[in-house]
Ligand binder design. Structure first.
Ligand code: KG4
Ligand code: ZN
Length: 345
């Protein structure tokens, strides 16, 4: 029997979870910081770190309590060591190291991206290899996933991540933070065909993405109608223009979804693999979920997307990957340092 404690503090969520035998989720606690960063329209690293320090201890305690176990029952501690905000990662890694030392149990270093790619395993069994699209606030990566620890990076964003584009466009439209859910909600009443925003690199060979141009296109579109001198003035001039805002949100969302779907399906076809896993916060998006499945079906490709609670940042996915390394006996030691730019594949 094994009990793995997962700890995740790479960005703005403080999360802890207990996973029994690599299968049973005994607890899954996530502390959000929306109210802290909301007023700035994006994450303020310094504030994120301070909040992690304040809540990490009660969140871990809560995860242990909810799991109905004692600290001494734990078999190992799996912690996100990167990529992410360095100060934020440091909080989780330091906490995990202290606990591992005090309890004399193994410490396991988990890459955050690896956690996202395998989050689906908490709900479904996916045969390997598969194509993994990781779409979050910090990453837009396409992988050939062969096994735990075996990834081939097929493509990634050359500039902004898909989630970052949602967050920036939401800020421009005055829809608030986090931008993904806000844009999705607003787009429900808009026409996705109202405006044709660019689908960058979609005609190009290869699997890289680019999302900064679409953000600029949104700004240019509004400015052509309302010649404001600064983009911070855009929400003001759009006040009362609810249907225009919805059309922009829906058209923007459609363009991002089209790019993500076409590149992912192209990668699966080129690699001759009929299984696609989509993960990361943007995978919560219902239009993306629907369109990915619809297009994939045409080519006999099966699409797997975790439920929303395992798409966004959580510690269960970290504990799951941790359990795999626990079985393999791959442990870190107390010299473990977070790496803000660590990658896989
Ligand atoms: O995976 P995640 O929780 O954290 C990172 O590792 O970045 O992803 C957060 C990102 C944010 O950019 C957020 O706007 C986006 O995921 N997101 C969405 C949706 N829900 C969250 N984007 C589009 N549609 C959504 N429904
Ligand atoms: Zn993430």
């Amino acid at each position: 029997m094994s009990y793995i404690l997962g700890i995740e503090t790479s960005c703005d969520e403080t999360a802890a979870a207990v996973l029994k035998d690599g299968r049973h989720v005994l607890s899954n606690i996530v502390g959000y910081q929306y109210e802290i960063h909301g007023r700035y329209g994006g994450i303020v690293p310094e504030l994120a770190c301070r909040r992690h320090i304040e809540v990490i201890s009660p969140i871990v305690e809560n995860a242990i309590k909810k799991a109905d176990i004692e600290l001494r029952d734990l078999s190992a501690i799996a912690v996100t060591s990167g990529p992410g905000l360095i100060g934020a990662l440091l909080v989780g890694v330091s906490f995990a190291k202290s606990l591992s030392y005090a309890l004399r149990i193994p410490l396991i270093s988990v890459n955050h991206l690896e956690g996202h790619l395998w989050a689906i395993s908490l709900e479904k069994r996916v045969t390997k290899p598969f194509i993994g699209l990781l779409v979050s606030g910090g990453h837009t990566n396409l992988y050939l996933v062969e096994d735990i620890g075996q990834y081939r990076l097929l493509g990634s964003t050359l500039d902004d991540a898909a989630g970052e584009a949602f967050d920036k466009v939401s800020k421009i439209l005055g829809l608030g933070y986090p931008g993904g859910p806000a844009i999705e909600r607003c787009a429900e009443t808009g026409d996705p065909k109202a405006i044709t925003f660019p689908r960058a690199l979609s005609k190009k060979k290869g699997f890289d993405f680019s999302f900064s141009g679409i953000k600029t296109a949104v700004i240019s579109y509004v400015r052509a109608m309302y010649p404001v001198s600064h983009i911070d003035d855009i929400p003001g001039v759009l006040k009362g223009e609810e249907s225009l805002i919805s059309d922009i949100a829906a058209s923007f969302q459609q363009a991002v979804v089209d790019i993500l779907v076409s590149k992912t399906i192209a990668a699966a076809r080129e690699m001759g693999i009929d299984r696609v896993v989509v993960s990361g916060g943007v995978a919560c998006n219902r239009v993306l979920r629907g369109e990915m499945s619809r297009h994939a079906q045409r080519y006999g490709i099966k699409v797997y997307i975790p439920g929303p609670k395992y798409c966004t940042d959580n510690a269960v996915m970290i504990a799951w990957v941790g359990h795999r390394y626990y079985k393999k006996g791959v442990f870190a030691d107390l010299r473990l340092n977070p790496d803000a730019r660590s990658s896989i594949g």
